[in-house]
Design a protein around this ligand. Structure first.
Ligand SMILES: [Cu+2]
Length: 131
């Protein structure tokens, strides 16, 4: 029992030293809709301009090459959005899309919601985190 506790402590010390820096406290919601979406910040999220990668597939995990993506940026505790223009969406092929710049222009709690529509259906996913 004691050995296990020490092992867990060592592991969590390792995580806080080596991991978690890139995505501090990012919480991912369950997906809505029939499309399967994964979201990943390139390096961050950080205050300022961010790059967000979206991977989109159908329920059988077939990648979706043609989709319309939109992103909603909101600070729930402040009742305000981003002052930036909507990010540009680039289709990278094989179901991967790049949203840039995702402007998170101040410190605080953010909600990032990505919505996708395609011939195959629709999907939505949210990230929440503190900057
Ligand atoms: Cu704010």
């Amino acid at each position: 029992m004691r050995l296990i506790a020490i092992a867990v402590l060592t592991w969590s010390a390792f995580i806080s030293a080596c991991g978690g820096e890139a995505n501090p406290g990012v919480q991912e919601s369950t997906s809505k809709g029939n499309l399967v979406m994964s979201l990943e910040f390139d390096d961050g999220p950080v205050v300022g301009d961010n790059v967000l990668f979206v991977t989109l597939a159908d329920a059988e995990r077939a990648r979706i090459e043609k989709a319309n993506l939109s992103v909603f940026l909101y600070m729930p505790t402040m009742g305000m959005g981003s002052s930036g223009a909507p990010p540009k969406v680039s289709n990278l092929g094989n179901g991967k899309y790049k949203l840039s710049p995702v402007v998170l222009d101040m410190a605080g709690e953010w909600l990032v919601r990505v919505s996708a529509t395609a011939e195959q259906g629709s999907g939505e996913k949210e990230l929440t985190f503190n900057l």
